[in-house]
Design a protein around this ligand. Structure first.
Ligand code: SAM
Length: 244
């Protein structure tokens, strides 16, 4: 297994904690950060490959929106050789895409992969058989989410698939608190200190805005998806699949 640089971004007292951004300081520690922060992350990435195998159509497009270092893109590429498909890996962090470009050079594939530096709300989606939003929609301003999902729906081919993986909010508040505490225990078990957990929470406050499963499902239905369902959940993280 590849050794990743350890995430210690929040290990020292920072005083006033700056808001979280996906800049160069995050790039090298990102794989370690997401593995040790998101319960079920690797399962979701592996199953993104499995779903790609089932849904990616010959000669179609795949969109990995908020691709970061391309974990989903790489899992998809492993499963769709020979389909003449093209992956568009999109992120608005140039630092992430610069690193992804070097990673892709070390992992050849017959699937053409284009890196696009842009806001995922400002791109055109066409001829898509699979669109992936793995832990990205949660960073999109609430007011822009319906427009984005609607644009994805329009760009998907019939029977095309959208995967959305997110941190989730629960009601009543007591349930949300329980699942948040279980998540924090998971992070402690992964080696994060209470200081790291609390400073990271301050850094992502109002940057990462989780919604409930019912809000996600309702939006998907409102945008026209014929079916939408969670397929995975661990504590307050989950993944949904929606089919056009
Ligand atoms: C948590 S990471 C996603 C992780 C990645 N999908 C994976 O599974 O490994 C969120 C990514 O979304 C990107 N991002 C957030 N908002 C965005 C936007 N509006 N447009 C494009 N990229 C965005 C960030 O730069 C970051 O790289």
């Amino acid at each position: 297994m590849t050794e990743h640089k350890r995430d210690n971004l929040f290990a020292r007292p920072l005083g006033k904690v700056p808001k979280f951004v996906f800049d160069r300081s995050v790039v090298d520690i990102f794989p370690d950060m997401i593995q040790r922060s998101v319960p079920g992350y690797q399962t979701i990435i592996n199953h993104t490959g499995e779903l790609a195998d089932r849904f990616v159509q010959q000669d179609s497009h795949i969109y990995d929106l908020g691709c970061s270092l391309g974990a989903s893109t790489l899992a998809i590429r492993e499963r769709i050789e020979g389909r003449n498909a093209r992956i568009f890996a999109v992120d608005n962090s140039q630092a992430m895409l610069d690193k992804l470009a070097t990673i892709l050079q070390t992992q050849p594939s017959d699937t053409d992969t284009q890196l696009i530096t842009n806001d995922i709300c400002d791109i055109q989606i066409t001829n898509a058989s699979l669109v992936v939003l793995n832990f990205t929609l949660q960073f999109v301003p609430l007011a822009r989410r319906s427009e984005l999902i609607s644009c994805i729906y329009k760009g998907l081919n019939p029977n095309g698939c959208l995967i959305i993986s997110e941190k989730l909010h629960f009601e009543p508040e007591s349930l949300n608190t329980l699942l948040t505490e279980l998540h924090h225990q998971f992070k402690r078990d992964q080696g994060y200190s209470d200081l790291e957990i609390s400073q990271k929470r301050d850094a992502i406050d109002k940057v990462l805005m989780p919604e409930s499963l019912s809000t996600h499902i309702q939006r998907l239905k409102d945008c026209g998806f014929k079916s939408a369902s969670p397929w995975f959940q661990c504590y307050n993280f989950g993944s949904l699949i929606a089919i056009k």
